[in-house]
Design a protein around this ligand. Structure first.
Ligand SMILES: Cc1cc2nc3c(=O)[nH]c(=O)nc-3n(C[C@H](O)[C@H](O)[C@H](O)COP(=O)(O)OP(=O)(O)OC[C@H]3O[C@@H](n4cnc5c(N)ncnc54)[C@H](O)[C@@H]3O)c2cc1C
Ligand SMILES: Cc1cc2nc3c(=O)[nH]c(=O)nc-3n(C[C@H](O)[C@H](O)[C@H](O)COP(=O)(O)O)c2cc1C
Ligand code: SF4
Length: 459
């Protein structure tokens, strides 16, 4: 257990990404001051103004003081904050871009007092990135955006069907939502005691994802869906249900690549990491020190690990992650984890065997994440083939040379692939079987949401 990190977090001290000393969270004129060792002053990188929540508000205030005409505020301003800014005279109107792509009914929902039913933007930059690759408009959380010409997918069906959805991640929940809105009779089975699937750790790593899963969970409760959590589907129970359609949305299969040393106690794959952070995997927790195991058990029994908000807060104080971590795999998952961990004072190296880091990320988000990681002092390597994980280091080949990087813990964030194991067992069923989301092909949240729309249109 890293008590030194916990203590520093409580005292408001964080490791400086630049000089590896500990820095105070107190900021002066956008700079931090390293304590103790180097006493250097580093600029704190806070991201482009338009990318930060309310990042342009100060500019609006300045503009408002300087001109006599109305000022319109923009840039990641949530409606409830906009009300306050308008009341305080910071600007006169709010213009919304991304929030309306995510939910064009947002103004009507606000007027109708249904703010909780607004589908939130997760600030993934997929929409903006389309421009750079000359592709039509899209939205990761609302796959009707840019496809309005294909017709209204929520039109009621003339032939209500009995549909069973297996898996309560974003793909399963979105399919259940659309099909129920269309008038089908929908049941959803989720094996965990909570909905949301892998998106739970995605929300831990990147906070805006949490708003989407909160919205989907609310929709599951609002709509007449026969929801059963803690229910693991099998070929037998699915057959007994006698559905007309079965939607399998059971998520990706994760197989960490064969790397010498991966079986050691300080090496975790993403599923194990998810299991220990969320307290859902006692086998993975067995790899931790007795003290860390005890802390995780207490948190699990107190039910604290079920709240992502609480978990994000608590993870700033303590989590069972060492202070020097190597992440193998520089895709979306590896980079998200790197960002999450470096913000919590860990020293991180990301090793990617492929040519590009974050290759599957939307172009704008990729640029932003890579820039922020570098600004935070994360070391990133591409074209680096991992040869061995030792007890205190990871050995890799880079530019024809064998090198190593110290590691107290190693996270393998590679090896996710589609999973046909469930659908293979259902071939003889007298129902139509569909695969949605990561279990069809790893396509992340936007892929799962788009799949759900496509399948729901067919039924
Ligand atoms: C650290 C991390 C960060 C990420 N960050 C992002 C991000 O920023 N943006 C993004 O787009 N994606 C991100 N992802 C990926 C994203 O979370 C997944 O791609 C997405 O959740 C896939 O949705 P899904 O519905 O297909 O599957 P899942 O979310 O994996 O859900 C599958 C569900 O099926 C359930 N299930 C499985 N088998 C059964 C069974 N037999 N019976 C009943 N239920 C069953 C599982 O318990 C699970 O709840 C991240 C992933 C990780 C690990
Ligand atoms: C798909 C898309 C394309 C955009 N293109 C431009 C652009 O070319 N030039 C520009 O100044 N702003 C552009 N913006 C920013 C918007 O003009 C607007 O300021 C911003 O999206 C409002 O903030 P919000 O999206 O957080 O509500 C774009 C936004 C989106 C969503
Ligand atoms: S694509 Fe992403 S950033 Fe753009 S509106 Fe949709 S959720 Fe928001």
């Amino acid at each position: 257990m890293r008590w030194n990190i916990a203590l520093k977090a409580v005292l408001g001290l964080r490791r400086c990404g630049h000089c590896a000393t500990v820095r105070s969270r107190r900021r002066r004129r956008n700079r931090c001051e390293c304590l103790w060792q180097c006493r250097a002053r580093h600029r704190i990188y806070r991201g482009a103004a338009g990318a930060r929540p309310r990042g342009l508000c100060r500019l609006c205030q300045t503009g408002k003081r300087a001109v006599s005409i109305p000022v319109i505020g923009v840039g990641r301003i949530e409606p409830e904050n906009a009300d306050r800014h308008i009341a305080e005279g910071d600007f006169d109107f709010l213009a919304m871009g991304r929030k309306l792509l995510a939910d064009p009914d947002l103004p009507n929902k606000l007027v109708g007092n249904h703010a909780g039913a607004i589908r939130p933007c997760i600030y993934c930059y997929s929409c903006v990135s389309q421009i750079f690759i000359n592709q039509p408009m899209m939205c990761a959380v609302n796959s009707s955006t840019g496809r309005e010409h294909e017709g209204d997918i929520l039109a009621s069906t003339a032939r209500p069907q009995r549909v069973l959805v297996i898996g309560g991640g974003p793909g399963g929940m979105e399919a259940a939502r659309i099909l129920t809105e269309r008038g089908h009779q929908v049941a959803l089975w989720e094996k965990d005691k909570d909905l949301v699937g892998t998106a739970r750790i995605a929300a831990l790593a990147y906070e805006p994802n949490g708003r989407l899963i909160q919205y989907l969970q609310q929709e599951m409760r609002r709509l007449p869906i026969a929801l059963e959590t803690g229910k693991q589907a099998s070929a037998v129970t699915i057959a007994q249900y006698r559905a007309d359609h079965v939607i399998v949305a059971t998520g990706a299969l994760r197989r960490a690549p064969d790397i010498t040393g991966k079986e050691q106690r300080h090496v975790f794959d993403v599923d194990e990491l998810r299991g220990i952070l969320l307290g859902t995997d006692t086998r993975a927790a067995a790899k931790l020190s007795p003290l860390a195991r005890m802390a995780v058990s207490i948190a699990r029994f107190s039910q604290a690990l079920r709240s992502i908000k609480l978990l994000r807060f608590a993870s700033r104080i303590w989590m069972p992650i060492a202070d020097e971590v190597v992440i193998i795999g520089g895709g979306l998952v590896g980079l998200e984890l790197a960002e999450f961990l470096v913000e919590r004072g860990r020293k991180i190296t990301v090793i990617e065997p492929g040519t590009a880091l974050g290759a599957e990320l939307a172009i704008v988000r990729r640029a932003r994440v890579l820039h922020e990681l570098r600004e935070h002092g994360v070391r990133t390597l591409n074209r680096a083939a991992v040869k061995e994980i030792r007890s205190d280091a990871v050995v890799y080949a880079h530019k024809g040379e064998l090198q190593d990087v110290p590691a107290k813990q190693v996270i393998i964030a590679m090896g996710a692939e589609g999973d046909a194991s469930m659908t293979d067992q259902l071939v003889d069923l007298p129902a139509t079987i569909h695969r949605v989301g990561d279990c069809r092909d790893v396509g992340y949240i936007d892929g799962a949401i788009a799949d759900a729309r496509r399948i729901s249109q067919l039924i």
